[in-house]
Design a protein around this ligand. Structure first.
Ligand code: ATP
Ligand code: MG
Length: 568
C-alpha cells in the first residue's frame, strides 16, 4: 500500500492505486462528469464495525469531490427478522460521530416497497417474472450448479394472468410462508448462476420495524438493492467484492425496467483485520452469548466499541487512508490500526498521572500537616493544552511495578538507597521497606530533597529513574480496565473445523479496582481521552461518575504485542 499514486487515464482505473475508486471517479470528473451521488447502504441488523467505517469514509469522501454531490444513507431493511430501530439509531449516531452528514438524504428501502411491488407487476406483465409454487428446497435443487444446468420449474409457464392473480394474493396475505415465491424469468441454463431465475419475493409473516404488518412478503436483497439505487439516482454503487457476481443480475433488472443512466457498480476489497472478526452475524453471537458486555464493549471492533475504548474518528480515518481502497482481498495487520491510534493519541492527549497498582510511600522528612502543589503542563509539547495543579504531601502512591526490593540489572527505578525522580515533584530516596506478616511489602519509608522541588536536580547530580506518583491524601479512586485482543488467532473465522469462539482470548479483560489517579482526572467527562504517564492512553467510560471513576485503557504506550510474538 506504500506505492505512490499513479494518475489514472480517464475511465481506466488503476487497480494498484492507494484508492483506486477515488482515482476512477476523479478521472470521470476530469472527463466532464457533473452529477455524483453515492450511498452507504447498511442493513439495520447490528452495530457498525470498522469495516463499515471504511465503506462510509469511501462513500462520503467521494461525495465531497463535486459541488452538489452527496452521499445517501440508505437502510437496506428488506429482511425484518433481525432488523430493529435500535440499530437504525446506532448506525446514524456512528456515521455522525465519524464526521459525516447525509443531510436530507436518509432513505429506507422499505420506503420503496410499493414502487418495487409495482415494478414487479410490470415484469410479470412483460412475461419476465412468474410465481413459483415449488418448495424452497426444490427451487434450490432445480438451480443446478456451476457444471450442471438448472431445470425449469413446472410453474415457469404460468400465464401472465395467473401470475398476476397469485402475486396480488401473495400481497394480500392469502398464503402461508413457503407457499409461493416470485421469480425472475431469465435463463435456467445461464453460465451466470445468479441469472437462473432468482427469487424476487418470499412470503414472510414477520412484522417490520417500520412498515409493521402491512407487508406479508418482502423483496429479496438482490431485487431491492439495485432498484433502490436507481430510484435514488445513485451514480456510483460502491460495494464489496462479493457482489461482483451479482452485477449481471442487477444489469438485467435495470435493462428490463428501462432504467436510464443506471448506477455504475464498483467493487472494492472489504477490510479484514487480523485477530478481529468483522461480521455482524459473528459480533451478534458474541453479544448474545455474553462474551462481551454489549455491542459497545471496548473490545469490540464496532464503531461504538472503538469510541468507548477511546479511539477517535481521526484515528479511524487515518487508518483507513493508510489501508487504502484496493481491488484485492487481504488481511490488514491489526498493529497498523494500533499504530494509527497511538499516533493520534500521542498528538492529542493531555498527560496526567495515575497509579494502577498502588504502593504507599511515606516521606519521613516532610511535615505531617503540610501540603503543596506543582503546576504541571497537560502536554509538555503543546503549551496551548494548559496545566493543572498536582497536589503533593507526606504520603504518596507509586506503582508496585516501579519498585524492586532487590533490583534486577539495569533497573533504575525505586529500590532501597536509590535516588529517583518523582515526575515534576522532587528527588526521593527510599530508605526502609515495611512488610506485613506474610512478608509482602506494604509501605516504603523515604526521604526527599526539599531543594529538588519541581523535580530538578539541585546540584546537577544524576538521577536515572523517573516515576509517576499521586498524593495519597488527594488521590481519587478509579477502576481501570485493561484490554487485550479479543481473539488469540489471526483469522478466527478462517477455520472450517473450528468455531471462532474457540479462539476467544480468556485474558482480554483485566479489571483493576483499586487504582489511584490525580484529582484533575475527575474533571474529564465520559468519553474524554487522556494519557496516564507511562501507563498508556485511557478514556473515561460512559458509565463513569466523578465518585465512581472508570477508565478504559485504549492502548499501552508501546507495542508490547509485536515483541511478544516476535513480529514487527
Ligand atoms: P456484515 O457481514 O458485517 O453483516 P454486511 O456487508 O452484510 O456486513 P451491510 O449492513 O450490508 O453489512 O453493509 C453495509 C455496507 O458496508 C455495504 O456496502 C458493505 O459493502 C460495506 N461493508 C461491510 N463490511 C465491510 C468491510 N469489512 N469492509 C468494507 N466495507 C464493508
Ligand atoms: Mg449484509
Amino acid at each position: 500500500m506504500s506505492e505512490t499514486p499513479k494518475s489514472a487515464a480517464a475511465g481506466k482505473p488503476d487497480d494498484n492505486a492507494p484508492n483506486f475508486v477515488d482515482e476512477l471517479v476523479q478521472a470521470e470528473i476530469d472527463a466532464g462528469r457533473t452529477r455524483l451521488v453515492t450511498r452507504f447502504p447498511p442493513e439495520p441488523n447490528g452495530y457498525l464495525h470498522i469495516g463499515h467505517a471504511k465503506a462510509i469514509i469511501t462513500n462520503f469522501s467521494l461525495a465531497k469531490k463535486l459541488p452538489g454531490a452527496h452521499c445517501n444513507l440508505r437502510f437496506d431493511d428488506t429482511n425484518p427478522a433481525n432488523e430493529d430501530t435500535e440499530f437504525v439509531t446506532s448506525i446514524q449516531e456512528d456515521v455522525r460521530w465519524l464526521g459525516f452528514d447525509w443531510g436530507e438524504h436518509r432513505y429506507f428501502a422499505s420506503d420503496y416497497f410499493q414502487q418495487l411491488y409495482d415494478m414487479a407487476i410490470r415484469l410479470i406483465e412483460d412475461g419476465k417474472a412468474y410465481v413459483d409454487s415449488q418448495s424452497l428446497e426444490a427451487i434450490r435443487e432445480g438451480r443446478g450448479s456451476f457444471h450442471v444446468a438448472g431445470t425449469n420449474s413446472p410453474f415457469r409457464d404460468r400465464s401472465v394472468a395467473e401470475n398476476l392473480d397469485l402475486f396480488r394474493r401473495m400481497r394480500a396475505g392469502e398464503f402461508d410462508e413457503g407457499a409461493h415465491v416470485l421469480r425472475a424469468k431469465i435463463d435456467m441454463a445461464s453460465k451466470d448462476l445468479k441469472l437462473r431465475d432468482p427469487v424476487m419475493y418470499r412470503i414472510l409473516k414477520v412484522p417490520h420495524h417500520r412498515t409493521g404488518t402491512e407487508w406479508p412478503m418482502y423483496p429479496m436483497y438482490d431485487w431491492a438493492h439495485g432498484q433502490s439505487d436507481a430510484i435514488e439516482g445513485v451514480t456510483h454503487s460502491i460495494c464489496t467484492l462479493e457482489f461482483q457476481n451479482h452485477r449481471g443480475l442487477y444489469d438485467w433488472f435495470q435493462q428490463q425496467l428501462g432504467v436510464v443512466d443506471p448506477p455504475r457498480q464498483i467493487e472494492f476489497a472489504r477490510l479484514n483485520l487480523t485477530y478481529t472478526v468483522l461480521s455482524k452475524r459473528s459480533l451478534q453471537k458474541l453479544v448474545a452469548a455474553g462474551h462481551v458486555s454489549g455491542w459497545d464493549d471496548p473490545r469490540m471492533p464496532t464503531v461504538a466499541g472503538l469510541r468507548r475504548r477511546g479511539v477517535s474518528p481521526d484515528a479511524i480515518r487515518a487508518f483507513c487512508d493508510r489501508v487504502g481502497v484496493a481491488k484485492r482481498d487481504s488481511f490488514v495487520d491489526v498493529t497498523l490500526l494500533e499504530h494509527a491510534i497511538r499516533e493520534d493519541l500521542n498528538a492529542t492527549s493531555p498527560r496526567l498521572m495515575g497509579v494502577l497498582r498502588p504502593l504507599r510511600v511515606v516521606i519521613e522528612n516532610y511535615p505531617e500537616d503540610a501540603e503543596e502543589s506543582f503546576d504541571l503542563a497537560l502536554n509538555p509539547s503543546d503549551e496551548a493544552a494548559g496545566s493543572r495543579a498536582v497536589p503533593f504531601c507526606r504520603e504518596l502512591f507509586v506503582d508496585q511495578e516501579d519498585f524492586m526490593e532487590v533490583p534486577a540489572p539495569k533497573f533504575w527505578r525505586i529500590f532501597p538507597g536509590n535516588e529517583v525522580r518523582l515526575r515534576g515533584a522532587c528527588l526521593l530516596t527510599v530508605n526502609r521497606v515495611v512488610k506485613n506478616d506474610a512478608g509482602e511489602v506494604t509501605e516504603l519509608r523515604a526521604t526527599w530533597d526539599p531543594e529538588s522541588r519541581g523535580g530538578n536536580s539541585p546540584d546537577g547530580r544524576k538521577v536515572k529513574g523517573t516515576v509517576h506518583w499521586v498524593s495519597a491524601r488527594h488521590a481519587v479512586d478509579a477502576e481501570v480496565r485493561l484490554y487485550d485482543r479479543l481473539f488469540t488467532e489471526e483469522n478466527p473465522l478462517g477455520h472450517d473445523d473450528k468455531d471462532f469462539l474457540e479462539f476467544l482470548n480468556p485474558a482480554s479483560l483485566e479489571i483493576l479496582p483499586g487504582c489511584k489517579v490525580e484529582p484533575a482526572v475527575r474533571d474529564f467527562a465520559p468519553f474524554s481521552r487522556l494519557q496516564l504517564e507511562r501507563m498508556g492512553y485511557f478514556a473515561v467510560d460512559p458509565l463513569s461518575t466523578p465518585d465512581g471513576l472508570v477508565l478504559n485503557r485504549t492502548i499501552a504506550l508501546k507495542d508490547s504485542w509485536s515483541k511478544v510474538v516476535g513480529k514487527g
